[in-house]
Each structure stands twice: as structure tokens, then as C-alpha cells.
Design a protein around this ligand. Structure first.
Ligand SMILES: [Mn+2]
Length: 270
């Protein structure tokens, strides 16, 4: 029997996950497998060399869920190893408390869970709300509605291999529509303060002002201008356009062995 697998990185009891699970139930049966604790910004972390505790829990609205003492990537990998029925029709990750655009994408546990699903051959959508103080289930209502539209289309049409959709929704009750976008550039304003031998890093991670929002067509531009942003992302992060330039460096060599006592790194040529 087909179903939608819901996960996140804010933790299994986060309001965004409950809102997402509720919206996904309008499309299909839902299973929830999510981290026990807040795993924001763990990226594509996987737990190795230690046991992962899994518990059955119940969300505030009565939704049954699996709570995993690991990362978002662990949740999907465990699901694929048979912790729940496999495969789902689609994996949906979120709704994250805060945007995942520009350089947020590689830090994001929300997006990484979707990438892990893509590695396992399952279409996946990452969903984020560009509002860091979204503490109530109702705050995610519009984002959940837009997510349901995107996910229903993914169920119909599927996605190419190693490709996910990254959905970011602006805060507020009015969204102008969905724009197809490319990854933009985030501009962080981290600061460090020193007191004696102690350093304190300050993240100025306020919504809306971070990042280059001027470049039309990017994720940051769309959300800044009141649109939901939908970006297709691919796991192949090869810099394809730079490959030809790199070839011109004449950096390749034909044979290197430990016996090669005359090997001179600065002079080696193909
Ligand atoms: Mn998060």
C-alpha cells in the first residue's frame, strides 16, 4: 500500500512536521520517521560506530511517529533498511523552521534528508518556511498547502535520478504564487567576540536580509518578493563548466608509484 514518508530536521515534535503530515494525509497515507532532537544544520550527517535508538511516539494531534536518535539522513537510511514499509511514493522533509536557500542548502538537514531519499531512488521534496519564529502549527498552514500541491505533482510525474525539489515559502498568509528558481547566494554576517580566552560566535541569521535578494530568478529573490520558490537540485555537484579550464592546467600525470624516487611534484607532466 502506497504512502508518503515524512521527516524533518527540527525534531519529531516540531510544529512544521505536524502541519506537513496533516497536509500530506490529504494525498495519501502518511508515515513519520524523524529525528528525536533538533538536527538543524547537521547537513548530510550519518551516524556511524554507535547505536541509534528508535522509539514509537505520538504527536500532539495523535499522529503516530518513529523518533530516531540520529540525523535526518539516518532516518531515511533506516527507513530504507526496513524500519518502515519500503518504498514510499515520495519522501517529504520539513516544514523547516527557517529558509533553506543559497548556501543554506549544504548545511541543511532538511534538504539532506531529501538527498538521502534520492540516493535511495525515491522522489523527494524539501519544504521550508522563511520564518524563524514560526512556533505554532498554524504558522505553517500556507506552506503546507503549497507543499501538498507540489507533492501531488511529484507523485504524478516522478523526478529524474538524484534530483530533488527544494521548496521555500515566504511568511504570512498571502503568497503571490510559485516561481521556478535557481540556487542563489547567501551572504552571512557571522561575528566573533572575544572575552579573555573565550570566543563567542554570533549568527546574525535574521530572515529576509541575508543573501543576495537582488538577482532575479534566484530562490532568495523569489521569497524576498513574496513568491514561493521551487528549485530543482541535483546531487552531482561537479563544476562541469570548470572541467575544461581545469584540463588546461596540465595537472594530470600518467603513473605515480612509491618506487618513483625521482618524482618531482612541481615538474610532473602527463
Ligand atoms: Mn531546521
Amino acid at each position: 500500500m502506497s504512502y508518503i514518508l515524512v521527516t524533518n530536521d527540527d525534531g519529531v515534535f516540531a510544529p512544521g512536521l505536524q502541519a506537513l503530515a496533516e497536509a500530506m494525509r490529504s494525498l495519501s497515507r502518511v508515515e513519520v520517521v524523524a529525528p528525536a532532537t533538533n538536527q538543524s544544520a547537521v547537513g548530510h550527517k550519518r551516524t556511524v560506530f554507535q547505536d541509534i535508538l528508535v522509539e514509537d511516539v505520538t504527536l500532539a494531534d495523535g499522529t503516530p511517529a518513529r523518533s530516531v536518535a540520529g540525523s535526518p539522513g539516518d532516518c531515511i537510511a533506516l527507513a530504507a533498511l526496513g524500519m518502515v514499509e519500503w518504498p514510499p511514493q515520495v519522501v517529504v522533509s520539513g516544514i523547516n523552521r527557517g529558509q533553506n536557500m543559497g548556501q543554506d542548502i549544504t548545511y541543511s538537514g532538511t534538504v539532506s534528508a531529501a538527498f538521502e531519499a534520492a540516493i535511495q531512488g525515491i522522489p523527494a521534496v524539501a519544504v521550508s518556511l522563511a520564518q524563524h519564529n514560526a512556533d505554532h502549527v498554524e504558522d505553517y498552514a500556507v506552506a503546507a498547502q503549497i507543499a501538498a500541491r507540489v507533492v501531488s505533482r511529484v507523485i504524478e510525474r516522478g523526478l529524474p535520478p538524484l534530483t530533488i525539489l527544494n521548496l521555500n515559502v515566504p511568511p504570512g498568509s498571502h503568497v503571490k504564487g510559485i516561481r521556478l528558481t535557481r540556487q542563489g547566494i547567501s551572504l552571512y554576517q557571522d561575528q566573533v567576540e572575544r572575552e579573555g580566552n573565550n570566543y563567542r560566535v554570533i549568527w546574525l541569521a535574521s530572515d529576509g536580509v541575508m543573501g543576495n535578494t537582488d538577482e532575479e530568478g534566484t530562490d532568495l529573490w523569489a521569497v524576498h518578493n513574496g513568491y514561493a520558490s521551487l528549485t530543482p537540485l541535483h546531487l552531482d555537484i561537479t563544476a562541469h563548466r570548470f572541467l575544461a579550464d581545469l584540463a588546461a592546467w596540465d595537472i594530470t600525470i600518467t603513473d605515480v608509484s612509491p618506487q618513483d624516487k625521482d618524482f618531482d611534484a612541481s615538474k610532473a607532466h602527463a
